[in-house]
Design a protein around this ligand. Structure first.
Ligand code: G3P
Ligand code: MG
Length: 251
């Protein structure tokens, strides 16, 4: 089983730098985060690019759906100014750029597959090709789209995949087993001590998003949660430098 660090930087250190950019990934590394979480989708010409939303407006100076624009257009956009002038000219990264940065920073990633209007099967195929070239990096895939998780499991049978959920279904263990998942990723607001205990008792690594309050993170770790995904890795690592509960560690 892959070792998931107890703190993962959500979209990079997204409280300090524009989300899903190389700058945010570098800041996360500088703050001692071992992993980032990031969102991958496809350009119109089937290149893997990192961006959260379906459309360009919120985090770039472009407009319209991402999957309608080729990489050559996406690469010209400014993905930093919306956050701060300091980051003016920051680009939408490709998955390839990101994997290279992670390699040089000795970091890993939770790569969230977000079809965002593109063909999910093609997205999985392109992600699988990229990951095949980056075999040594610690990568945990995840998606809200169960068909994408199933497709990645088919294309890359050895690749660990997290089952990404907003709420926990009653029969979660059946779904988890059917998908062949290696971890369960859930919105921390949908979790309570009882549900956490059930998941931990089943020896399923439990990852919670998006946790920005260290007191809440400590509570979650106390319940046996393996990892929290946070916008503010600097604050979280300062408050909780190591996993405080042996039960939650997945190694
Ligand atoms: O993967 C955890 C979290 O990132 C899922 O939600 O909307 O931030 O991608 P979102
Ligand atoms: Mg995400």
């Amino acid at each position: 089983m892959i070792e998931i660090p107890h703190i993962v930087a959500h979209r990079g250190a997204s409280i300090e730098a524009p989300e899903n950019t190389i700058a945010a990934f570098r800041v996360a590394g500088a703050r001692q985060a071992k992993w980032i979480e990031c969102d991958v989708t496809l350009s119109a010409d089937n290149q893997c690019v990192l961006i959260h939303d379906d459309t360009l407006e919120r985090t770039t100076n472009g407009t319209g759906p991402i999957h309608k624009q080729p990489l050559s257009v996406l690469r010209e956009l400014d993905a930093g100014s919306w956050f701060s002038d300091i980051y003016k000219g920051e680009r939408i990264p490709t998955l390839s750029d990101t994997l290279e940065t992670l390699f040089f920073m000795d970091m890993g990633a939770n790569l969230e597959i977000k079809p965002s209007g593109c063909d999910p099967v093609r997205l999985c195929q392109e992600v699988a090709k990229e990951l095949d070239r980056a075999k040594k990096l610690p990568i945990l895939l995840s998606s809200f789209d169960d068909s994408a998780v199933a497709e990645i499991r088919r294309l890359l049978p050895g690749m660990p995949c997290g089952w990404l959920l907003e709420t926990l279904p009653d029969n979660w263990h059946d779904g988890y087993t059917q998908l062949g998942a290696s971890a369960l990723h859930i919105d921390h607001k949908a979790l309570d001590a009882e549900k956490a205990a059930e998941i931990v008792a089943a020896n399923v690594p439990l990852v919670c998003y998006t946790v920005n309050d260290p007191a809440r993170a400590k509570e979650l770790f106390g319940w046996g949660v393996t990892s929290v995904i946070t916008d503010d890795p600097a604050k979280m690592i300062a408050a909780i430098p190591r996993h405080p509960n042996p039960q939650g560690r997945n190694k």
